[in-house]
Design a binder for this molecule. Structure first.
Ligand code: ADP
Length: 299
């Protein structure tokens, strides 16, 4: 399988490769689940700065394979956390970025026509359920309702997945765990998770870290010194104060890291903020001016 920068993140092309891999495995049953999922094992430790007691909380939940919801605003470390946990627990991680065109078949699998006729291809969720991986459904509310219903039987005592089109019911592998991410700030009533879905998950709360902790993360990830990182965090705090007053979301840790990376490459701080912090979050010229002015004042 080709190398990608984040080998454990599943993109469309990789879903196809994964399907091919599964197809090969059906013809070559000597390939063990370990071999099948080896590209989804994280071998190098993903840097993760612990915020509270989330490591112990997740480990306890994993022990019982409890379905977990990582709840918090965008860009605050949810994905990095699950990557880190998969590495700690030595379990493969299959990540699916959910989107509004995603159907249940994209998760579960489908029949496809190839040279040998019609062949079933497991989707990423089925692969994780069958062979034992952590399946991370990122931004699940983006997906269509029929997609969320698919996970119900996996998130109660049954731990089964029904492949209706294939007339097969799979009992989840003992290592299978379902993890979803959920950003409560984004959701409209129409797009919110159903109550019956929410109640199937334990939740670990995430938020932007305390000032000095966030600065440490930005310095580490963005390649800048602590003083610059601290300044960037104070900019982000200003934008976060505007949430609900013209801004839907304040600047995330991810955005600060981008600003830091630009400055580390020689872009002046003001310009880097404009590029990676102000322009992406607002189309409103007044808010943009206000943010630029407050950043200039704090610089
Ligand atoms: P989310 O999944 O919540 O949208 P990410 O996990 O992608 O956000 O976080 C964005 C970036 O912020 C990460 O790539 C990482 O560089 C950094 N980050 C945020 N929180 C942490 C943390 N606690 N430890 C290490 N890096 C972090």
């Amino acid at each position: 399988m080709k190398e990608v920068s984040t080998p454990y993140l599943l993109h469309f092309g990789e879903v196809l490769e994964l399907r091919l891999l599964y197809d090969i495995s059906q013809r070559t049953p000597h390939l063990s689940p370990v071999m099948l999922l080896k590209d989804y094992l994280i071998t190098a430790e993903p840097y993760y700065k612990v915020i509270e007691n989330e490591l112990a909380q997740f480990e306890a939940a994993f022990h019982d394979r409890m379905p977990i919801m990582l709840k918090g605003p965008t860009g605050c470390g949810k994905t990095r956390f699950i990557e880190h946990m998969a590495w700690r627990l030595k379990k493969p991680l299959i990540t699916v970025s959910c989107h509004e065109d995603m159907t249940a078949s994209d998760l579960v699998g489908r029949y496809l026509l190839d040279a040998n006729g019609t062949v079933w291809h497991d989707g990423p969720l089925t692969l994780a359920v069958r062979h034992g991986a952590i399946c991370y459904l990122d931004e699940i509310v983006e997906a269509r309702q029929d997609t969320t219903v698919v996970i119900h039987s996996l998130t109660d005592d049954r731990r089964i997945l029904a492949l209706e089109k294939k007339n097969e019911v799979i009992k989840a592998h003992p290592d299978f765990q379902l993890v979803i991410s959920y950003n409560p700030g984004y959701q409209s009533v129409l797009k919110d998770l159903k109550e019956s879905t929410k109640q199937r998950f334990g939740a670990i709360g995430f938020n932007y870290p305390a000032r000095d902790v966030e600065a440490e993360i930005v310095a580490h990830e963005g390649g800048v010194d602590k003083a610059t990182a601290a300044k960037l965090v104070s900019f982000a705090e200003r934008s976060r104060n505007l949430k609900g007053h013209g801004l839907e979301e304040g600047a995330s840790t991810r955005m600060l890291i981008r600003v830091a990376q630009l400055t580390a490459r020689g872009i002046p701080l003001g310009e880097a903020c404009e590029m990676a912090l102000i322009l992406p979050i607002t189309d409103d010229p007044d808010i943009r001016r206000a943010l630029s002015a407050s950043i200039a004042a704090a610089s």
